[in-house]
Design a protein around this ligand. Structure first.
Ligand code: ATP
Length: 362
């Protein structure tokens, strides 16, 4: 790729994805324009609409086409409402696996006036993405859940040394760039082997980061402490399902799921922007979807690609987006109802773009 040029896939997903993904593209395009960054957005079919047009929620060739790009934006997937037909599969675990995007980086941050439970939360949960308890991605073939008799179900949890160590390194590097504090969340008191291995590998990786203070918290205590003293956390690393639950809990502290962005990364230069929330079919098409999580996930994508590939305008574009988002969240007439505003997906998006026009970098 030449300097200041990115090729990014755009996959709307389902339901509110058709509203918030275009919002994210609009904002990121405007930011890129301010900094001379050229982004080729490549829309691709996925989800329910792809099932109707291509006979599959993940049309053949999608992964290969994406692999030739720098990364992509994936909207929320409403797989629970897919019809029970061949071709109707949940695409995102396949994508995370295929591109080895083993770390899901999910920030939680307070903004004033939007109904956060505290005004000073700034933490990031790094969730292991590809193994653990999730039966649709923790085995090579088949499912990590099975039913040997009509009345017995077994769910298998997979923890590997390599999977634990590599996600720990992502979290440690992130902590190093922030307040230098890492919290390992687990339950090795009960899952002596599984969580035991996870913690062992995190500790081993931490030995290479003497500048990062590392502590450990049992997951049930963590659930309580996130509510009581979320300010005491900087970067948190945990296994797949604990991370799934804790990131929703953390979102609840700062205004709800509309405020929960995420970036899926691996060892390479390729990343996927994906908000924490689902496709919210209950509000799809009403203009009530908060675009923040999707826009901020896309901001994270630009920032990460810019840093990994040394593309300064991408990092600058991400900074511009961040300032405009902060300015917009302060305006109740612009922001959506879930965060105490009277605006819509569109007014919020337009306000962010407008804030960028008036932006004067400090
Ligand atoms: P999944 O299991 O796929 O993550 P979910 O069951 O957690 O999905 P969501 O689709 O995330 O469900 O929605 C949960 C609730 O949060 C719904 O009431 C939905 O309207 C709300 N919600 C989710 N995302 C947003 C958003 N971006 N803006 C406003 N409300 C949202």
């Amino acid at each position: 790729m030449s300097e200041a040029h990115l090729v990014l896939g755009v996959l709307d997903g389902d339901d509110i994805g058709h509203e918030i993904v275009p919002a994210a593209v609009e904002v990121a395009s405007a930011a890129a324009g301010h900094h001379g960054l050229r982004i080729d957005w490549r829309p691709m079919p996925i989800g329910r609409r792809a099932l109707d047009t291509h006979g599959s929620t993940l049309p053949p060739g999608t992964l290969e086409t994406l692999a030739a790009m720098d990364g992509f934006v994936l909207g929320p997937i409403g797989h629970r409402d897919y019809p029970r037909v061949p071709g109707a599969i949940n695409p995102h675990p396949i994508m995370r696996k295929h591109f080895n995007l083993f770390a899901n980086v999910r920030p939680t941050r307070s903004y004033p006036g939007i109904g956060c439970l505290y005004d000073d939360i700034d933490l990031v949960i790094v969730r292991e993405n590809n193994e653990g308890f999730q039966p649709d991605r923790n085995v090579f073939a088949g499912s990590g859940e099975f039913r040997p008799t009509q009345d017995v179900t077994i769910s298998v949890r997979v923890i590997t040394r390599v999977g634990s160590e590599r996600v720990a390194r992502v979290a440690l590097n992130l902590a190093r760039s922030r307040r230098k504090l890492l919290t390992i969340v687990h339950k090795n008191t009960v899952f002596k082997l599984g969580c035991g291995m996870f913690v062992e590998e995190c500790r081993r990786a931490a030995a290479d980061f003497p500048d990062v203070t590392v502590n450990e918290v049992i997951v049930d205590t963590m659930a309580m402490r996130l509510v009581r003293d979320p300010q005491s956390f900087d970067v948190v690393v945990t296994t797949n399902m604990f991370g799934d639950i804790l990131t929703d809990e953390a979102a609840g502290l700062v205004g709800g799921l509309g405020m929960a962005p995420g970036l899926c990364i691996g060892d390479g230069d390729f990343a996927m922007a994906q908000a924490t929330h689902g496709s919210a079919p209950d509000i799809a098409g009403t203009g009530r979807a908060n675009p923040y999580a999707m826009i901020d996930s896309t901001r994270m994508l630009l920032d990460w690609l810019g840093r990994r590939r040394g593309i300064a305008p991408a990092v600058e574009a991400a900074r511009t987006m961040e300032r405009a988002i902060i300015a917009t969240l302060a305006d109740p007439s612009a922001r959506t109802g879930d965060i105490g505003g009277s605006g819509t997906t569109q007014t919020m998006t337009a306000a962010i773009v407008d804030a960028m026009r008036q932006d004067r970098p400090a």
